[in-house]
Design a protein around this ligand. Structure first.
Ligand code: GLY
Length: 601
């Protein structure tokens, strides 16, 4: 290996005792119900959904080729999608609809995202083509203490980043909704939060997916009285068709609607958050909440095969990995993501892109993480020249920065485009299933466990088996590194908005979808969203593939190039995409069929 980029990267890791903790196998179950449908048919589909919900059959099949309209919404739950369409019909724009969808997902998909968590909102405003990512990621509290997470021998304290008050980051979603509404919306928060308030107060019938998630998480839910009362309800929650009512969350949403930022980050709600976190081992103070800020970040832009890709900057590591992979693949003519010659190149690009993740962290630290250096053309040219068309490069020959396997089974994504061309790609999370399992006193707010996305020590993997570097250490006020990658793809045909939950696999999911979308002249969202997926992330040095969709010949061709292939027992991902054509402005939405199976993946 003569390439100068081989084995060149190094990072000054501190050494310490090693006691990684792994995600329980049970955490490997993610339930997201996803739905998409055109603006023309929400009421019918809503009625059909309610009917099937009662029967315990949780969703519809995707329906490509339905009547196209000028606006489209794809989200993980039909009631959230319906809320977004209602707001569009009431005169709201895509940003107003995004507030309604995000708040409704907080009610109907509580195990994935919510007011107790955070997220990223990638925006495009049509009138001036302004693009920004609202960073509503959680932050570490000012008094975060290393001793809470490491014992006297420097070993990780099991559970401290996942359960109880020490696991919880200062929530950002509520502030994100206020910012989105005030800076970009047409309607008031009172109007856009109305559907979510109604869903919380009147309740909704839980689907098969919710029932399974509650069943699976019951031990976690039962640890906290408030949480158990709301989300487990003495076992009723494990039965599809049970009505989940959240009157306290309705009141909290009303406070947010009436008082904006102060309705959440000061007063009754703030005090309840602080009391709950601190009674459960955390160290929050009022200023942590009062000083929370949504940050407007400049998105990353990449040209790839004639398309303009817009994606998430730090504190998402996902957009940087996606950008690096696309730069590395730009010189190649790819026949689509499924083609085995292309697949080899895509895997090699992913391998290289993931090598650099451990240098990344909160962009506001000094010195900031070396994003520019990692995206510099000369650096990527050298890295690209190390790719052999014939053979896989073993990761250990490439560099010495291990980044381990990452599965994420919660988080949620939605995509919206309105008739004017305003766009929202939003990915939101409370981290693991039902987050930390803490509900803040009488607020109905389920709190995240996003502190686990920090790197306690470079040699410790987090719950998703991801390792990182000191740039992602849990320091006061810092935002933990994320993999969430909301993305826009603009080409001569139109704009595609996409994203997915799935931890580090978000990057490969979005990459494969972009390549597949651009490789075919016809737009076929169902083909793109349902194509079989594979993934590589440098370490472990394996190509993970989904259990179906790959022929023996395909697998043999990859193995002949020395790829170590591991067939996963489950499919993964829950992609939500919309597309709007330049030619006539028609829009279509498509949800991932994987979210419409038995609800496990
Ligand atoms: N909590 C998962 C992520 O942000 O990547």
């Amino acid at each position: 290996m003569n390439n100068p980029f081989i084995k060149q990267l190094s990072i000054p890791y501190q050494r310490g005792a090693h006691a990684p903790f792994s995600l329980e196998a049970k955490m490997a179950l993610k339930v997201c119900l996803k739905h998409s449908f055109d603006q023309s048919s929400p009421i019918i589909i809503f009625i059909v959904f309610c009917f099937f919900s009662c029967l315990g059959i949780a969703n519809e099949q995707p329906q490509p080729g339905k009547t196209k309209t000028q606006a489209a919404i794809a989200s993980a739950h039909p009631l959230a999608t319906e809320a977004g369409y209602r707001i569009l019909k009431e005169g709201g724009n895509a940003f107003d609809a995004a507030v309604a969808v995000a708040a409704s997902l907080a009610v109907v998909e509580p195990y994935s995202s919510g007011l107790g968590g955070g997220g990223f909102f990638l925006l495009h405003r049509a009138r001036d083509r302004h693009e920004v990512m609202l960073d509503a990621r959680e932050t570490a509290p000012h008094n975060i203490k290393e001793d809470d997470y490491l014992d006297e021998l420097g070993r990780a304290r099991l559970g401290a980043t996942r359960e109880g008050g020490t696991a919880v980051g200062i929530p950002g979603l509520a502030a994100g909704l206020v910012e989105l509404s005030q800076k970009f919306g047409r309607l008031s928060l009172k109007e856009t939060l109305r559907p979510a308030i109604k869903l919380a107060r009147e309740g909704f019938l839980v689907d098969n997916r919710y029932a399974k998630m509650a069943q699976f998480s019951q031990a976690h839910l039962k640890k906290n009285t408030h949480t158990a009362a709301i989300f487990w309800a003495e076992g009723q929650a494990s039965k599809p068709g049970w009505r989940l009512k959240q009157p306290q969350l309705a009141l909290t949403l009303e406070r947010l609607a009436n008082q904006g930022f102060n309705g959440f980050y000061t007063g009754f709600v703030a005090q309840a958050l602080i009391n709950t976190v601190n009674q459960n081992g955390g160290h929050w103070q009022a200023s942590d909440l009062e000083n929370y800020k949504v940050i407007a970040r400049i998105p990353l832009h990449i040209q790839f095969h004639g398309a303009r890709i817009t994606t998430a900057p730090l504190p998402s590591a996902g957009g940087i990995a996606l950008s690096q992979a696309l730069h590395l693949l730009e010189p190649f003519s790819l026949k689509g993501a499924k083609d085995e010659i292309s697949a080899h190149l895509i895997i090699e690009a992913l391998r290289r892109a993931f090598r650099d993740r451990s240098q990344l962290g909160d962009p506001d630290q000094q010195p900031p993480p070396p994003v520019q250096a990692l995206l510099e053309t000369s650096y990527l040219k050298g890295l690209g020249e190390s790719i052999s068309a014939e053979k896989a490069t073993p990761s250990h020959e490439l560099a010495a920065l291990p980044v381990s396997k990452n599965d994420a089974y919660n988080t949620t994504h939605f995509s919206i485009i309105d008739s004017a061309g305003n766009r929202v790609g939003a990915t939101m999370s409370i981290n693991f299933t039902f987050g930390s399992g803490l509900v803040a006193q009488d607020t109905g707010i389920l709190l995240n466990n996003e502190i686990d996305d920090f790197t306690l020590r470079p040699e410790f993997a987090n719950g998703y088996q991801l390792k990182g570097g000191l740039a992602n250490a849990p320091l006061p006020g810092r935002r933990p590194l994320s993999s969430m990658t909301p993305t826009f793809v603009d080409d001569s045909r139109g704009v595609l908005i996409l994203g997915a939950p799935g931890g580090s696999r978000i990057v490969s999911m979005v990459l494969l979808a972009i390549i597949e979308h651009l490789a075919h002249p016809e737009v076929n969202l169902l083909n793109v969203v349902s194509m079989p997926r594979y993934h590589h992330q440098f370490s472990p040095d394996k190509v993970e593939v989904e259990p179906t969709g790959f022929s023996p010949e395909w697998l043999a061709a990859l193995r002949a190039k020395a790829h170590d292939i591991k067939t996963n027992s489950r499919q993964w991902g829950n992609m939500q995409m919309v597309f709007k054509a330049h030619s006539d402005g028609t829009a279509q939405a498509q949800s991932d069929p994987r979210g419409q199976d038995m609800g496990w993946y």
